[in-house]
Design a protein around this ligand. Structure first.
Ligand SMILES: Cc1ncc(COP(=O)(O)O)c(C=O)c1O
Length: 385
């Protein structure tokens, strides 16, 4: 483990005031190692929201367990806590609380259900860095939490993942799995990732994002870049080099990003409020949540519209940065849902959200001018309340 990785892990644990953090090549690796350290295996069941990324489901399948999907509630896109109990069986071992778009889940209800049923909670904080629930930062409620630093996340190191936990026994098991099973990224991968980070810093701005994403997806399919997801990751079979360490290039970038995290969070809050104001002026109140309970730090600003596909196609031509998560209950749209135990109709609210939600940029490169331009663009379409 390099000095940089140690520094990044220590700074990360300090930010969350947790005992320990462990860095990995990607967020999905962080989830895999936590589930394995908990002892998840054949015949176990893991509860997830039916509105997630398939890369979140792969580690469950790699370990031979069954993903069980719970529908979302429409305002925050988070797991509907009213529907969890009916999905719990004697086989349920873990519940993944994914804080979607930055909205914290209803953690009181989740922890109560988990305690009553003897289930471990893992928090998916890949889309929520610094969000608070009843004054407490998300990522500090469950047995452990994990984070992603892929391109679209609260901050990026190209790809990257982290586990944070206060559970000493779990930490010891993770440490031993790292020592016995983890491989290192190749020199070629690290060099390519370093080059990609430079290209990203120099060239990827709101007006160029659609073009950059299209080029990135093409190059990923041709295996010419370090992609977010290779074609083989759309099948629930684990590649032999999946359990991979974070490189020092990522860790160095992560340390730099953590130093700026206060500004990043403040910017996201300010921008989300600015969107609230712009949409409010158009008579489109978009965010609906109880601010005395949750303080979200949004990764993107979700808006529901009737003509999602048309809007995405036009945005790409117009140089407007419009995101399309989640395109289906197990994003992205290429996912063979049946292979992942999802049947259409299982989570109707998640399916509706997939057809309607687009998301707007809040990252530090998007300022008020970008927000105004994006809202003017969205205003051409029909808001769904
Ligand atoms: C909610 C959520 N959790 C987990 C992941 C997986 O993170 P990573 O891409 O770093 O493996 C993603 C996708 O990127 C995600 O959107």
């Amino acid at each position: 483990m390099s000095d940089c990785n140690n520094r990044y892990e220590t700074a990360f644990a300090e930010f969350f005031n947790t005992k320990i953090a462990f860095s990995f090549w990607k967020g999905r690796v962080a989830l895999y190692v936590m589930l394995k350290a908990i002892g998840i295996g054949e015949n176990d069941e893991v509860i997830l929201p039916g509105y997630t990324c398939v890369m979140d489901v792969n580690p469950v399948k790699y370990l031979g367990a069954k993903p069980v999907y719970v529908d979302i509630e429409p305002a925050t896109f988070n797991i509907n806590v009213e529907l969890i109990q009916e999905k719990i069986t004697a086989k349920t071992k873990v519940l993944i609380a994914q804080h979607t778009y930055g909205y914290p889940c209803d953690m009181d209800a989740i922890m109560k259900i988990a305690d009553e049923n003897g289930i471990d909670v893992i928090e998916d904080c890949c889309l929520a860095f610094g969000s608070k629930y009843k004054g407490r930062t998300v990522g500090t409620f469950g047995k452990a939490a994990y984070f992603s630093f892929q391109w679209n996340k609260p901050f990026t190191t190209g790809v990257g993942g982290m586990v944070s936990t206060d559970d000493v026994e779990l930490a010891e098991r993770i440490e031993s799995l790292r020592a016995c099973e983890m491989c290192q990224p190749s020199g070629g991968e690290v060099l390519m990732l370093r080059a990609q980070l430079v290209v990203y810093r120099l060239f990827v701005y709101p007006r160029t994002t659609a073009l950059a994403q299209a080029a990135f997806r093409y190059l990923t399919k041709k295996a010419m870049v370090v992609g977010s997801s290779s074609t083989s990751e759309f099948q629930p079979t684990m590649a032999k080099d999946f359990f991979k360490a974070m490189s020092s290039v990522q860790a160095r970038a992560g340390v730099r990003e953590l130093k700026k995290i206060g500004q990043n969070i403040a910017h996201r809050r300010k921008m989300a409020e600015f969107y609230d104001k712009l949409f409010g002026e158009k008579g489109w109140p978009v965010r609906k949540y109880d601010s005395s309970v949750i303080e979200p730090v949004m990764v993107r600003y979700p808006v529901r519209i009737a003509e999602k596909d048309e809007a995405l196609a036009e945005a790409a031509k117009a140089g407007v940065e419009l995101g399309s998560w989640f395109e289906c209950p197990l994003h992205p749209i290429e996912t063979p849902l049946g292979v992942y135990d999802y049947q259409i109709g299982m989570c109707p609210e998640a399916e509706r959200a997939s057809n309607e939600a687009v998301n707007l940029p809040l990252h530090p490169r998007a300022g008020e001018r970008t927000a105004k331009r994006t809202v003017e663009f969205i205003n051409r379409f029909t808001l769904v309340k």
